[in-house]
Unconditional design. Structure first.
Length: 295
């Protein structure tokens, strides 16, 4: 058996566990949400409570008419003798789902904004729970509880709130992912040994060079992961600002800042005993002399 076959055999149990988790835990709630969203996606039914039809549909209709005529509306001339539209956060004028207005009916685009976020909500919360360290089953249970909670479902009556409630857990997850590898790579990147050539020829330094190369590879992986999470944070924060509710964006920022503070505080508390403090790639010559034993 070659190395590739050995790796595949080692990964087979984990793959079976993932498939079992998806079939037993993920699929039933997702199918239920899809069944709820199907009439909205087909256009045979619509949400109608509270502001959905009283306020948001009229604004989306006016925006759709302006876009089809080739301009972006600064004002809504059909409401109250001319009300602001581009400057009205309740109209959610710049959110990406407004692209549906270019080819679909306003009422279908309005409902698409709701059911797309309804389907995304459990995965956003699952991502956050996993970044906190929960097991798959516990994280998915938290995601299902969040999506089915009265807090979240009540946002299906507000076009300008549903996106913020959906994306807030994802923003927290991205911040936690950004902070998680920081402590592991801070000392590695700061050692100055990465990117240079080691001193060859000394006895016992071959193993140290291999360990240093492994540490440098780990540091490069940390930098790549942090760049990915930084991009995710920027995208999610931009979507929060465009989602239509400044207060929800502020609350999401507070939650993300609290998550970062808790994560970095935990790393600081564990810093002196963390494995990356041991620096196993240092050569014996660079290590401080050992204290002589007492009498």
């Amino acid at each position: 058996m070659n190395d590739q076959e050995t790796a595949l055999a080692a990964a087979a149990p984990e793959e079976r566990t993932r498939r079992r988790f998806a079939a037993l835990y993920v699929l039933p709630p997702v199918l239920l949400l899809a069944w709820i969203a199907l009439p909205l996606a087909r256009g045979t039914e619509t949400l109608y409570m509270r502001d959905v039809l009283n306020a948001h549909l009229a604004m989306k209709w006016s925006e759709a008419r302006a876009l089809h005529q080739g301009y972006f509306p600064l004002l809504d001339p059909y409401r109250g003798g001319g009300q602001p539209l581009a400057g009205n956060p309740n109209a959610v004028p710049f959110y990406p789902t407004n692209a549906f207005l270019l080819w679909a009916s306003p009422i279908w685009a309005l409902n698409a904004h709701f059911w797309i976020h309804l389907l995304l909500a459990p995965f956003a919360c699952f991502w956050m729970a996993r970044r906190w360290g929960l097991a798959r089953e516990a994280a998915w249970a938290a995601a299902v509880c969040y999506t089915g909670s009265g807090f979240y479902l009540s946002h299906l009556s507000f076009y300008n709130l549903i996106a913020g409630a959906t994306l807030a857990p994802a923003l927290v997850a991205a911040c936690l992912g950004f902070a998680e590898p920081a402590a592991g790579g801070r000392e590695i990147a700061g050692e100055g040994g990465c990117g240079g050539e080691g001193e060859g020829g000394r006895d016992g330094e071959g193993e140290g060079d291999a360990e240093r190369d492994g540490a440098c590879a780990a540091a490069a992986d940390v930098r790549a992961r942090r760049a990915w999470y930084a991009s995710a944070i920027a995208l999610l924060w931009a979507l929060q600002l465009l989602s239509g509710d400044p207060l929800m964006a502020v609350l999401a920022a507070v939650l993300a800042a609290a998550a970062l503070a808790l994560r970095w505080r935990r790393w600081a508390w564990r810093a002196e005993t963390a494995p990356w403090r041991r620096r196993p790639w240092r050569s014996p010559a660079s290590s401080p002399p050992a204290a002589s034993p007492g009498p």
